[in-house]
Design a protein around this ligand. Structure first.
Ligand code: AMP
Length: 285
């Protein structure tokens, strides 16, 4: 695996593949790689000829009061893990390489960026949409791989790619979980040992929602109320717990088609998110 830090080096590293007509896969990450990230790299390895992993903690998607400075960073460990999972190129640019002096453009996806995470983290999805647009233009991959763990981010990116006719296929990959159900996240590192059991509130809420639908509940408010029960039991207050349309993230009133149940909560020092798509029969696609 080759590590490159500038767009010029990246283009040079990818030129032979592009000339030979090899397909290029991109896995954008902010590093602190865990098994969730590695599953995306493995999917890219299986689906494309040349795998690029980007490692960039994007400052524009953090609000001033968020964890940009504290965000876990371990480039050497990430390089070993990415190579082990099959990456060919690690693109680890500096902030100045991505946002040089005079940078003035923001990509904003209206609508799907606004509710839930967007309402809680104003400007977050503008930062995501802008950096993903830039990464797609820098790497020019055939396929880009994203986790369904960040379902609203994935919906924003699908909208962006469709609206701007970006010539890339977006693959959404399943959420990788700890054995007890906790969705893997770089931010799980913030969980103190005494907080760790309560972090299960989110995945248990999703499971309760699924069981309610499987038992015949169709009213979205009743599904949300069922999901709330394990959170209350564990003493975790959701920032939001919503039953929404999986593409627009607008609230739905009934589970009469596939819906997405999305939840966010603070557990100790960690802000956690999770989600599940639920079919009207209570199954999970
Ligand atoms: P991040 O480094 O948090 O920006 O995440 C980089 C990519 O990994 C995003 O597409 C995430 O959705 C994805 N990802 C993060 N956690 C998981 C997980 N537990 N399972 C699958 N994909 C994940």
């Amino acid at each position: 695996m080759r590590t490159v830090r500038t767009v010029a080096e990246l283009r040079e590293a990818l030129a032979p593949a592009r000339r030979d007509g090899a397909t290029i896969g991109l896995v954008p990450t902010m590093g602190a790689l865990h098994a969730g990230h590695l599953s995306l790299i493995e999917a890219a390895r299986a689906g494309t000829d040349v795998v690029v992993v980007s490692l960039f903690v994007n400052p524009t998607q953090f609000a001033p009061d968020e964890d940009l400075d504290a965000y876990p960073r371990d480039e050497a460990g990430d390089a070993r893990a990415a190579e082990g999972a099959g990456a060919d190129v690690l693109f680890a640019p500096s902030v100045a390489e991505v946002y040089p002096d005079g940078f003035a453009t923001t990509v904003r996806v209206a609508g799907v960026s606004d509710p839930l995470e967007g309402a809680r983290r104003p400007g977050h999805f503008d930062g995501v949409a802008t950096v993903v647009t830039k990464l797609l233009n820098m790497v020019q991959p055939d396929v880009a791989y994203f986790g369904r763990k960040d379902a609203q981010q994935l919906a924003v990116i699908r909208r962006l790619v469709a609206d701007l006719n970006l010539p890339v296929r977006i693959e959404g990959c399943p959420t990788v979980r700890e054995p007890d159900g906790l969705a893997m996240s770089s931010r799980n590192a913030y969980l103190a040992p005494e907080d760790r059991p309560r972090a299960l509130a989110l995945s248990r809420a999703l499971e309760a929602a699924r069981e309610a639908v499987a038992a015949g509940t169709t009213d979205a408010a009743a599904v949300a109320a069922a999901a709330r029960v394990p959170m209350d039991e564990l003493g975790v207050e959701p920032e939001y717990l919503a039953v929404v349309d999986p593409e627009t993230f607008q609230p739905v009133t009934a589970v009469d088609r596939d819906v997405l149940v999305a939840v966010a909560a603070r557990v100790g020092r960690a802000r956690l998110i999770d989600n599940a798509t639920i079919r009207p029969d209570g199954s999970v696609p």
